[in-house]
Design a protein around this ligand. Structure first.
Ligand code: ADP
Ligand code: MG
Length: 623
């Protein structure tokens, strides 16, 4: 479908075809975020500007006021309302309070110190937010920006993360996308995306070694990649999560203070002067990337600096980054001379001294033709285009959006295929019967992330019938899940000793909207702790029931070897344990305590009877 738009100011006509199936690429940065796509007519990656057409970067800042605002408009509140204005959430993704405790001074907003094991939460006014929800605000703003520019709904995205992000940080990023109403088709490493933006690795048959040097606002990363047949492998990463453009700005501020004979302490207490100085320093730094001098003033304070002094000032910072580069090379068992391509990423690599130093270190020219603060988003768009099927040389792989599993004793969810498994996928687990001679087994299939099946979504159930009579715990029932490339799931149950089998087919995504899926994920995060204790309680109950059953069986089979007191006392302990199970106010610890008491009491005579049995067996008699 072709569309025509008229630019009212210039009177020009723009015709553009409505592009099909656009998947955007998103750089969710610590300081700035961007969204990009592949322009259909040119095949070029383009970062999308705001409505005014000016800025492609969206500062990763969220302000909670009467309305929630994201980006440039939120930036001005950093100083006025620091407690309501959130920055650098990326540093908190997938982290617990323990992980960031030493760095809390860096954040001007309130991070909750509750259970240091669980994921951090941020308090704004009376509300609590997870970093996932906060990142979702940024992603929503980017989605909206893309929808306005492309004049069509945008629901699919590729999002980049640092190469060193662990599984929980990647998962958090995916969840943020989902919450923002985006289907995250792939999480891509930032250095990989940057390489793709330069066409490195596309159609490259031979093997190639690449160094990606990324100096952003607050972080520095060096990654050594190897590409072979279009597949990227991260050989080593290094860097400093607290080194970037912000430190350069601070160095300039310190320089000015000294030059003006001002005490740093005094200025620090004057928040507004401090902020003005920092903003001026950033302006000076950016100017010095093109001009040899910068000169300005704030009131009586002379804010001038020339490039030579600037370079002298930041030399130590640059040296620190090169030390990291050396470390990464050493870890990859390589030398600088082995590297065949060097890619510069991050706004701070616009600084000429940085470019010169990196090129000297690796002994070759670096790729810097593209805007260094856009290059990751552009590469994400290239990856998105591959996933959209516009580049047929690459295979499209899909993933399961929610976990799949079955109900086990006590109403617990037992996950067999975790979410985000790449399709097609196959997995199996073995179970057994609870009672002697059990002939039937019910298999209930669920989808979701909660610990109790009642909070998840039931997809179907079936019965495995005709299990031959065997004592409890002897049958081996294998439950297997097979999901094909279209998401159709086959669940099969088979008793391995006899071969009896039964199966069903379910379609997990049928009737489930994106919003519902988002809610399921959010609930699993919100109720994580509650779920954990519910699971622990259920597990204790199941354990207690099993111990009661085996002890009762043991007593009735060994009447003759036991004294009267042993029998009555054991029965009494069993009754107490049973009573705690039916008592609503019991917790897992109380149940464990009674299990322990029962075990303590029965252990000596159980051992005595075992000894008798063993002695008999040794004589060749049947027990
Ligand atoms: P991040 O990846 O951390 O989100 P960016 O890659 O967007 O960050 O880099 C932001 C940093 O780049 C800021 O510190 C900014 O001041 C700096 N920067 C932007 N343009 C220039 C320039 N022309 N010269 C020097 N530094 C710059
Ligand atoms: Mg970045």
């Amino acid at each position: 479908m072709a569309k025509i738009s008229i630019n009212v100011k210039e009177g020009t006509l723009n015709t553009f075809k409505k592009p099909k199936n656009i998947i955007v690429g998103i750089d969710l940065g610590t300081t700035n975020s961007l969204v990009a796509y592949i322009e259909e007519s040119t095949g070029e990656a383009v970062a999308i500007t705001d409505a005014t057409g000016s800025s492609k970067l969206v500062p990763s800042i969220i302000h909670f006021g009467k309305q929630t605002i994201v980006g440039n408009k939120a930036k001005s509140y950093l100083l006025e309302q620091p407690e309501n204005t959130i920055y650098s959430v990326k540093r908190l993704m997938g982290k617990s309070y323990n992980d960031i405790e030493a760095k809390t001074a860096y954040f001007n907003y309130k991070i909750i110190d509750d259970n240091s094991e669980s994921l951090v939460k941020i308090k704004v006014g009376k509300q609590f937010f997870t970093p996932i929800e906060l990142s979702a605000h940024i992603l929503r703003a980017l989605k909206q920006r893309a929808e306005e520019a492309l004049q069509q709904p945008v629901t699919k995205a590729v999002i980049t993360v640092p190469a060193y992000f662990n599984d929980s940080q990647r998962q958090a990023t995916r969840d943020a996308g989902k919450l923002a109403g985006l289907e995250v088709l792939r999480i891509v490493n930032e250095p990989t995306a940057a390489s793709l933006a330069y066409g490195l690795g596309i159609g490259a048959a031979s093997e190639k070694l690449i160094a990606v040097y990324d100096l952003g606002g607050g972080t520095f990363d060096i990654s050594i990649l190897q590409i072979e047949n279009g597949v990227f492998e991260v050989l080593a990463t290094n860097g400093d999560t607290f080194l970037g453009g912000d430190d350069v700005d601070q160095a300039i501020v310190d320089y000015w203070l000294e030059k003006n004979n001002l005490a740093a302490e005094e200025v620090k207490n004057d928040q507004s002067l401090n902020q003005s100085l920092r903003l001026k320093a950033e302006t000076a730094k950016i100017a010095l990337s093109d001009a040899p001098n910068f000169s300005d003033a704030i009131g009586q304070i002379d804010c001038s600096i020339d490039r030579a002094s600037f370079e002298q000032l930041i030399q130590p910072l640059v040296q620190r980054t090169l030390k990291s580069c050396q470390q990464a090379l050493t870890d990859a068992e390589l030398t600088a001379a082995d590297i065949e391509e060097v890619v510069l990423v991050g706004g701070s690599t616009r600084i000429p001294l940085v470019q010169k130093s990196v090129e000297a270190f690796f002994g070759r020219k670096a790729h810097k033709q593209l805007d260094p603060d856009q290059v990751v988003a552009l590469g994400a768009a290239v990856q998105a285009d591959i996933l959209a099927g516009n580049n047929k040389d690459f295979l499209l792989l899909d993933v399961t959006p929610l976990s799949l599993g079955i109900e086990t004793m006590g109403g617990l969810m037992d996950v067999i295929i975790p979410r985000n498994s790449t399709l097609p996928v196959k997995a199996a687990r073995q179970y057994t019967t609870q009672v002697d001679g059990q002939a039937n087994m019910k298999i209930a299939v669920y989808q979701g992330e909660r610990d109790l099946v009642k909070d998840n979504r039931k997809l179907g159930e079936f019965h495995l019938k005709g299990i031959p009579a065997m004592p409890a715990n002897l049958p081996k029932v294998q439950i297997s899940f097979i999901i094909d490339a279209d998401g159709i799931t086959r669940v099969k149950a088979q008793e391995l000793r006899s071969g009896v089998a039964q199966s069903i087919e379910v379609t997990p995504q049928y009737g489930l909207t994106e919003a519902e899926m988002g809610k399921m994920l959010l609930d699993s995060i919100q109720f994580a702790e509650q779920d954990r204790s519910a699971r622990a309680l259920q597990e204790a109950i199941v354990e207690a029931e099993q111990i009661v059953a085996t002890t009762e069986k043991f007593i009735s089979q060994n009447q003759t070897h036991l004294s009267k007191t042993e029998i009555t006392q054991t029965q009494a302990l069993i009754n107490t344990l049973k009573a705690t199970l039916t008592n609503q106010s019991s917790d897992k610890d109380l149940i464990h305590q009674h299990i322990e008491q029962l075990n303590e009491y029965t252990r000596p005579f159980a051992e005595r009877i075992m000894d008798v049995a063993i002695a008999k067996a040794m004589k060749g008699k049947k027990v």
